[in-house]
Write a protein of this length. Structure first.
Length: 119
């Protein structure tokens, strides 16, 4: 499956909208909107806002982060700011400083819930 890559030698400032899976390894300042899986590589330094579905952080992030389904912080992650996520996984070694908020399940997860009556 193809993905977008912003390499470790890249500096980007502004707003970016990512439609497919993306890996960010450079220095980014601004707003990132991801409609798929977003992976923040260990070499990345990101300052600003992230709005994503599934976000995995291994690098440094400072700002506001919103993960509609899942936020995973790996052992090398350094995150500072306001975090909102439906599910949060913090692996041993990850550093997190800020305010955490729990989100309601995404609409498509609510719609997938079915009940079966057994009589």
């Amino acid at each position: 499956m193809p993905f977008s890559l912003l390499g470790s030698q890249t500096f980007f400032q502004g707003k970016v909208i990512l439609k497919g899976e993306a890996r960010l390894a450079g220095h980014i300042e601004g707003t990132i909107i991801s409609e798929d899986v977003l992976i923040i590589e260990e070499s990345a330094l990101i300052k600003g806002e992230i709005h994503g579905i599934v976000v995995e952080v291994s690098g440094v992030f400072e700002g506001n982060l919103h993960a509609a389904e899942l936020l995973r912080l790996t052992p090398t992650a350094r995150v500072e700011g306001d975090i909102a996520a439906y599910k949060l996984v913090v692996e041993e070694g990850a550093k997190l400083l800020g305010k955490l908020s729990s989100l309601d399940p995404p609409r498509h997860l609510k719609d997938d819930i079915t009940l079966t009556v057994v009589s």
